[in-house]
Design a protein around this ligand. Sequence first.
Ligand code: ADP
Ligand code: MG
Length: 618
Amino acid sequence: MDKYEALKTYFGYDSFRPGQEALVDAILQKKDAFGIMPTGAGKSLCYQVPALLLSGITLVVSPLISLMQDQVRALIAAGVPAAYFNSSLTLRQYRRALENAVHGQYKIIYVAPERLLTANFLDFTARVEISLVAVDEAHCVSQWGQDFRPSYLMIPTFLEKLPHRPPVAAFTATATEAVQKDVVSLLKLRAPVQVVTGFDRQNLFYEVRRPDRKKDELLHVLSSFSKTDSGIVYCATRSTVEEICSFLTEQGISAAPYHAGLPQETRSANQQAFLFDRVRVIVATNAFGMGIDKPDVRFVIHYNMPKDLESYYQEAGRAGRDGMPAQCILFYDARDLHLNRFFISVSHNQDDADAPLDEEAQERLRARDYARLSKMTGYCMTDGCLRHYILQYFGEESPLSCQNCGNCKRRGREKDMTVDAQKILSCVKRTGERFGTAIIAEVLHGSKTARLERMGLTRNRTYGLLKDLTIPEIRARIERLLVLGCLTRTDSDYPILQLGPHARGVLFENEKVFFYEERRRKRASREGANAQPAENGELFESLRALRAKIAKKQSVPAYVVFTDATLHALCERLPQTRQALLQVPGMGERKLARYGDAFLACIRAYCEKHPQPAAGSS
Ligand code: ADP
Ligand code: MG
């Protein structure tokens, strides 16, 4: 078998993705390798394909039990004999697994780093042929990364204890220079073949929204997805997680919480429920992280702004691993900025570090964090291309416009709102810069309320100046002026609007202001980025149902049977024979044998009901 056959037979793919083949080749030539590729690029295949071709066993060091379980489940479903050795096994199970491994029952073994230097494990590795050691999530070895694991530092010692040092392959999605250097030096890689692929994730649609009412906006966004699409809602604090999760549940949306304050059992139960599609939305703090390999996450919504773009890109990157369109939407609100500033101001204290930092070092770290926060805020404020903003931050060149982010989409659909802006600014001025958004909007709208009457505002010269606009429309324009710095909002219990540094230009110097009107979609419609071919939505749903039934019977998540990408390809190609079925991406031989007939029957039933035009006719 060669690498292409392995790719097709076990994983059902006809071609490698960018970067994969070079890494596979390096490993097959017994060289060390280091793959730096974004989330969802397909790093696992880079060691799994060689593992199938090499004569002995491949060990995969992985930081989390849930990651190992996920991967092993997927490998077994693809017909690859695989196992994991970690603390979820009882001693008895572990001994039996080791015994099986010595007898050559597994081609790929996932192992927790803590286990590498134990007597049992070393004894086992001395008795078998280890062809490759793959280190997944290799950034865990670096203190500069977000997920430092001291036990990763045992890996080089372990390698030295092996009778023969096999090739070592490391993989990470972390792009920073410091982490990359650490991986090579701390893991003692030997002249590794290094592959860095671009960090762009083309299937992800980025958007920043600045809603007045985040909860309403959240419901609105969720209603634009199909009821079966699942996703993550990230919140800044545990209490927001609880609040939003209850809110969604009250609104009839299936959701579960995840944060470090929950008991471990609850956390893993909720995570499992999400993986197995028993809940649709997971509402989480950033504690919900690395273990999430679910490929069909269709949206990642940040209910609050994260502290830096590193965190944002990593969290948002959990959407659309299957390569299908997915959306990453961030809700911005100036309060998130204040909260983050507060977090930074109390961070790096002596109290919470193992090794106390001196005052100067603390200041330096805080300054770095403030600078990162400011870049994050810039992302929320920019009118430019969001993808370009991110890629530029990570030092990658990219076009100035991507046509697949909120800002690129709205460009050209903006309206000149200079006159409205002047009216709003003069209202703020003529009411004495003493009121908040609600009252200013009411004055401009010309609302007849006792409150305005009492304060004499109904007699103000700006009363009713924008009577043709609704209150929400006026509010949206005020928000826009805040973003542009024409207005500022005081940071007090009762936030007051005042003229900002850019008000002058608009009022007196003929500067223009543009505004993009969000057109509310009344009913759930699937917008641009995650549009699906509507014609055979019915077939997709039947295939989905079939997949769910099989997954349930086998107690695996649905995506282990087939990913959405494979189901979409089935809908598009409508294969009628096993031969044709095998051509579909994601359909390996093992899966064809196990599920082929059931899926063919489903497709045939659909085609009988909806006769397709014969090829050649129109
Ligand atoms: P990473 O570890 O880089 O985040 P994974 O290894 O989890 O990514 O792979 C992400 C998804 O991409 C998986 O669903 C996998 O099946 C799919 N994939 C990997 N390689 C290919 C390929 N050559 N063609 C099509 N899909 C692929
Ligand atoms: Mg991975």
